[in-house]
Design a protein around this ligand. Sequence first.
Ligand code: FES
Length: 372
Amino acid sequence: MSLPDPRTLAAAGAWATPPPRRAGGSRPEPLLALLARITPLLVRGSARRPVREPAAVDRSLALRVTEVTAEAEGVVGLRLVRADGGGAFLPAWHPGAHLDLDLPSGRRRQYSLCGDPAVRGAYRVAVRLVPDGEGGSREMHALAPGAVLRTLGPRNAFPLALTGSGSLLFVAGGIGITPILPMVRAAAAAGADWRLVYAGRSRATLPFLAELAGLSAHEPWRVRVRTDEEAGGPPSAEELLADAGPGAAVYFCGPPALVPGLRSVPALHVERFSPPPITDGAAFEIQLGRDGEVLPVPADRTALSVLTAARPTTPYSCRQGFCGTCRVRVLAGGDALRHGGSATARRTDDAMLVCVSRGAPGSRLVLDVGTG
Ligand code: FES
C-alpha cells in the first residue's frame, strides 16, 4: 500500500507471492516446498519455514457471501466461499494478502484478508463504512448472505518475513488491523518476538479486540491498545514506535498521515489505505484522444484524478500503480512519459498507469480514451 511501496515491489500481477526470507534464512527444502504446494495444511504452525504458495488455480473466481457480522462500530466482516462449491478449497494466501473484489457497481476495490490462511474453505474480509467515501465501503456494507462477487484472487503486496531472529513491531491504525491480524497470528504461532500497537478513536470502533486478546492471552503485554478517547488525542509516531526493540522490523497499516513520522525506521513495511502524496510533481497536460479535449494536470494532482473529474466512469482501483486497472495507451507524447508503478501492471511501454505516471513538465500526453 510506501517507502518504496511494497506493492510496487512485490505484488503487481502476482496471483500469490511467496513470503520473502530475511537475510540469513535457510533455503527451502525441495520436499517441504512440494508438500506445501500439495497441502499447506501440513505445514500449519511452521511459519518460520519457507513455504511456497500453490500455483494459481483460477484467475477470476466467483465468491459467495455466507456471513455478514458486525465486528465493531461501523465495521462489518464478510465470510466468502467459492460460489461453485461451498466447501471447496480456495487459492492459498499468506499474511498481508488482499483480494481485488469486483463490486456490484463495477468498481474494483482491494480488501485485506484478515482470516486464518490455514482455513482453506473460506476467506474473511472486514470493511469500515466510510460515509463520505466514493461508495465502495457502502456497497460492501450493503451485501447480504448469498451475494456473489468476482475476485482476481489473493495477491500479496505487504508480505511478512518471519525467518530470522529479529523482533517484530506491528502497528495498526483502525481498520488497518485487517492485514496485521494474520501477521500477528503467524508471528505468535512461529514463536517470534512480536509486539502490536493497535490505535484508533475508541475501543468500540476497533475490530478483533477479543481475537487479539486470545492470541496474547498468556503474554498480554504483547498487545497495546491505544485510543484517542483514552489518551486524549491522536498518537505521535514516537509513541507508536515506543515498543520497538533495537533493529525491530516494523509493519504498519493505517492512516497515511502517520507514515512520515515512521520513516526513520530502517526496516519499515507499509500498507497504505490511500495513494501516497505527490511530492515532486510538475504540471503537464493530457489530451483525450487524437482530436479530443486537452486537460491540464496540476503539479499536485494525478492524471487519474483529472480524468475521473472529467469522466467519472474512468476505471481505477488501487490508485497506487500495482493493479493495472487504470492502464491507458499513450498515442503520442510517449517520449515525455515518466512511468510510475509496476511494469507488470503497465504491461507495455506505450501504456501508462494514470494513477501514478506523469508527463514531463509542460508536456502533453495524448491518451487513447476516446472523445466520448
Ligand atoms: S488504479 Fe491500480 S494501477 Fe492505477
